[in-house]
Design a protein around this ligand. Structure first.
Ligand SMILES: C[S@@+](CC[C@H](N)C(=O)[O-])C[C@H]1O[C@@H](n2cnc3c(N)ncnc32)[C@H](O)[C@@H]1O
Length: 264
């Protein structure tokens, strides 16, 4: 889609219209403004170091514009191939153009991706897993597929919200997109995961007002841009959380979820 069409779309919030992933350049500005101090990436790098992980075939689920590859995977030692799992055709095109043969882009849903040659011992997702937080069945399907693609010594990491919706960015969401806090979920990431670290205090921070206004306008809509027209705010707090599970722990969680299903 061209930028002029995009301008027309922007009268509405692209998030609200469900089209924000169709515009990788805009999404990229948002994504790389989140957790700019890379606190969450820091925790994961520390975990890798502390546990002396020997990573093989790292996989990033719901890669978007490649934040996890750029900020984390490139910083770690690993063997084998890097896999970026993404479903949106525009994001896929963006990733292929950005990285060429450096990575393997898997055009697939998280619930369906398959590592054909070798499994991975390191599957991670930043704001990608689960792909639809309030769809419990799909969360389980995705978790099962992660399990299938992990080696026996593998781990699964998610980086995302703390799920309390108690930060300033969640308030923006509530004001301009929808209120997530009123929706019920079944445990962490809606599939009974456990926190490794929760309530990580970080923020989304824009470089300048031009960037801020562009992102507010396009992603949150015209009203958001107008509401902040006289404000000097460039930063909104974000409260994030990280989960880390071994394959063995995922097995126990999946068994528990199956039992819950049988009971319903
Ligand atoms: C919130 S973005 C996160 C992007 C990136 N990981 C980051 O942290 O900036 C979620 C990404 O997951 C992709 N996505 C959504 N549903 C998906 C699915 N079922 N399977 C694979 N990717 C999906 C979207 O197209 C989008 O690029």
């Amino acid at each position: 889609m061209s930028y002029s069409m995009q301008e027309q779309e922007n009268k509405l919030s692209l998030i609200k219209s469900g089209k924000w992933y169709d515009f990788p350049e805009i999404y990229n500005l948002f994504s790389f403004s989140e957790d700019k101090g890379e606190r969450c990436i820091g925790y994961v790098l520390d975990y890798i170091k502390k546990n002396d992980l020997k990573i093989k075939n790292p996989v990033d689920l719901g890669s978007g514009t490649g934040k996890i590859y750029d900020q984390l995977i490139k910083e770690m030692n690993y063997n084998g191939d890097v896999y970026l799992v993404e479903v949106n055709p525009n994001m896929i095109q963006y990733l292929i153009k950005k990285y060429g043969n450096e990575v393997k882009v898997l055009k697939s849903k998280i619930a369906e991706f398959q590592l054909k040659e070798e499994k991975s011992n390191f599957i991670i997702s930043s704001f990608g897993f689960p792909s639809s937080l309030f769809d419990h069945e799909n969360c389980i399907r995705e978790l099962k597929n992660v399990y299938q693609n992990l080696t026996d010594d593998g781990i699964f990491i998610t980086i995302g919200w703390n799920e309390k919706w108690d930060d300033e960015l969640s308030l923006m969401w509530k004001n301009y997109v929808c209120d997530n806090s009123i929706r019920r979920i079944n445990g962490v990431r809606n599939c009974n995961l456990k926190w490794y670290i929760n309530d990580i205090k970080t923020s989304i921070r824009f470089d300048d007002f031009k960037q801020r206004d562009f992102v507010l306008h396009t992603l949150f809509g015209e009203k958001a841009k107008e509401d902040f027209a006289n404000s000097t705010q460039l930063e909104w707090s974000m409260h994030m959380g990280i989960t880390i599970h071994t394959k063995k722990q995922l097995k126990t969680i999946l068994k528990g979820l199956e039992k819950e299903n049988e009971g319903n």
